[in-house]
Design a protein around this ligand. Structure first.
Ligand code: BGC
Length: 483
């Protein structure tokens, strides 16, 4: 019938065009061997980051977090949490309950951070944060209390103590002046004191990866890795203190914020960077910084796809060579489109709507080719994450001299959560790259909010037990002297 002929024709055209399109996509395909090689490179970088004399030059920063323990279930109390650095800025009021081993979010509020504040001065940013917190405390009738606060600040920070944390550099869309090199806790406290209408108690600084690990650790005590694949990407894990050469002490473990997004900042990923990755980096607000992140995370995936589509249109492989103003506009192809286009049942229909929305004249072959481009870019992202995660689980296994490791990873982030098959692709590849590890993936329940409260609660528990130990040893010393 004519219908079958038409169908066969479309398939024929698709196959012949896709052969040509695949030439452009080839640099995005990373073999298992290549991923193994990348994992080996990352391993070297991680060791460099941990070293006392090598860390200052290391692209993968391996930052000590001063979180020495995962929750043991005895934590409790009321906390405030701030969450800056993901999709939204949020303020939360959280209750940690001992008896039911539960973390309850009592209430929360989202505050927008307008672009001009994201790129304005540090003082403006922290005044804005302090004002949001004031509004929230008012609405909850909490202004009279001085609650401890967990501050999820999802940027690379050199942590001096749990409540002293120096921003190394901004990532993602932020670039406020006068913050890099400064203690973020002090900037927050100063802003609150400038207002003088409320105060906060002790502060614990938390990276979102750490919050994610801790929020899962409350449920599953073998959770010792936290991973984010959202606007940005990163992971943390529990490292043996004896390997953390920059912090005194040999015993026990400490959570290390790897900042794996910075992998490649010394040029070590040039062999896998495509021409499109190079453009994404060059046109970003922080060129040269977070090269690995720019190949993986939500802030950049849409833009990589857009650049590919522009090139394929220029070379007449898409839309009969006719582009549109929207397609030529940086940022117009959002990362969420990729997830929508890759949906199993509705994907092609979604793709049609998106292309129409972008002012493009498509036919059914274009729609399939666009889906192929999205697939390729998101699979590369999942596979790169898999290589990095495999590096961490293999390291934990070797650290502990185990033949086989069973462990749990707490995960969060819009790309991991929202993309229809990202997590499957990632898990399958980690399994191949770390065959001696069995990994449970737990999607965190609000790591940046509840997790931050958890970190604050654990820090309080530990401070309290130190106090008790100290007063216990003081008492013993007194008794000795009395004798
Ligand atoms: C930041 C990390 C953060 C990650 C995920 C990166 O850009 O440097 O600190 O954990 O994004 O939010």
């Amino acid at each position: 019938t004519t219908q079958t002929i038409a169908r066969s024709y479309i398939i024929f055209v698709y196959l012949s065009l896709s052969l040509q399109v695949k030439k452009y996509l080839k640099p995005f395909l990373l073999s298992q061997e290549k991923l193994q090689e990348i994992s080996a490179r990352l391993k070297k970088n991680m060791i460099q980051g941990l070293g006392k004399h090598t860390h200052h030059k290391a692209p993968v920063k391996m930052l000590p977090t001063f979180v020495r323990a995962t929750p043991d279930g005895t934590e409790k109390g009321d906390f405030l949490a701030l969450d800056l650095g993901g999709t939204n800025f949020r303020v939360l009021y959280v209750r940690v309950m001992e008896e039911e081993q539960k973390v309850l979010k009592m209430d929360s509020q989202i505050c927008a951070i307008p672009q001009d504040i994201m790129r304005g001065t540090g003082e403006q940013l922290f005044d804005h944060i302090a004002a949001c917190l004031a509004d929230f405390l008012d609405s909850q009738n909490l202004k009279g209390q001085t609650l401890p606060l967990g501050f999820t600040f999802s940027f690379p920070c050199e942590q001096i103590e749990i409540d002293k944390s120096i921003l190394i550099h901004w990532t993602k869309g932020f670039s406020c002046s006068e913050v890099e090199g400064k203690d973020v806790v002090k900037l927050l406290r100063d802003a609150i004191h400038r207002r003088a209408d409320y105060d906060i108690g002790s502060v614990a600084m938390v990276n979102d990866t750490v919050g994610t690990m801790m929020s899962c650790g409350y449920k599953d005590q073998s959770c010792e890795i936290g991973m984010i694949i959202g606007t940005g990407t990163n992971a943390c894990y529990m490292e043996e203190m004896k390997n953390v050469k920059r912090v005194e002490g040999e015993d026990g473990r400490m959570c290390i914020n790897t900042e794996w997004g910075g992998f490649g900042d010394d040029g070590s990923l040039e062999d896998i960077q495509t021409q499109f990755d190079v453009v994404v980096d060059k046109t970003s607000i922080n060129p040269g910084i977070h090269i690995f992140e720019k190949m993986i995370s939500g802030m950049y995936l849409g833009e990589i796809v857009r650049l590919l589509l522009v090139k394929l249109t220029e070379d007449k492989l898409l839309f009969k060579g006719k582009t549109s103003e929207a397609l030529l506009t940086p940022g117009r192809f959002e990362t969420r489109f990729i997830s929508e286009i890759e949906e199993q049942d509705r994907g092609l229909k979604n793709c049609q709507n998106i292309l129409t929305e972008l002012g493009l004249k498509w036919d059914s072959v274009d729609v399939r080719l666009v889906r192929l481009v999205c697939d390729t870019v998101s699979i590369r992202s999942a596979h790169l994450c898999a290589a990095a995660l495999a590096t961490i689980v293999n390291r934990i296994r070797e650290n502990r001299g185990l033949d086989y490791l069973k462990t749990t990873v707490g995960v969060d982030g819009t790309v991991y959560r929202k993309h229809p098959n990202f997590s499957d692709k990632l898990q399958a590849m980690v399994h191949r790259l770390a065959p001696n590890c069995s990994i449970t993936f737990l999607v965190s329940e609000d790591g940046s909010g509840k997790g931050a409260a958890m970190v604050t609660a654990v820090a309080q528990r530990q401070a309290l037990s130190h106090l008790l130990e100290d007063s216990d040893s003081d008492r013993k010393e007194d008794e000795e002297e009395d004798k």
